[in-house]
Design a protein around this ligand. Structure first.
Ligand SMILES: [Cu+2]
Length: 132
């Protein structure tokens, strides 16, 4: 009985090593495809602090957006627009396919029908995409 138990432990150790040996190259590969996550927490159509997000070219970027007002998050040049509803946290993912510095602005729903303010593009945040 005791011998059987010892044998099983060896088998388990060998099996664990085999699993690790087979999977470790894939784990390393998964780490190379960088994932970057940023929190964008709006309050009354603004951020308390300008956010500068620094990523590498082709990183997988996730934005976790929340706001107490409804509006649209717009990233210039990327042609990226994210609709955000008041008090409904939104998750948005994209690939940093273009390198450079990109301005992100917020278009509150309340200003949508006010032509004078429609083109108002204050920077809320910046995405900086660096070469690999
Ligand atoms: Cu815009």
């Amino acid at each position: 009985m005791k011998d059987d138990l010892a044998f099983n432990w060896k088998l388990l150790a060998a099996f664990s090593l085999l699993v690790w040996a087979c999977w470790s190259p894939y784990l390393a590969l998964a780490q190379e495809a960088n994932k970057k996550e940023f929190v964008i927490d709006l309050k009354d159509d603004t951020l308390t602090k300008l956010v500068v997000m620094k990523v590498r070219h082709h990183d997988q970027v996730t934005w976790k957006i929340s706001s107490n007002t409804s509006g649209e998050l717009h990233m210039h040049a990327y042609h990226l627009e994210v609709q955000v509803k008041a008090d409904q946290p939104t998750q948005f993912m994209f690939n940093a396919k273009a390198s450079g510095r990109f301005q992100i602005s917020w278009h509150p729903d309340q200003q949508r029908n006010q032509p004078a303010k429609k083109n108002h593009h204050d920077a809320l945040a910046y995405l900086e995409v660096y070469p690999k």
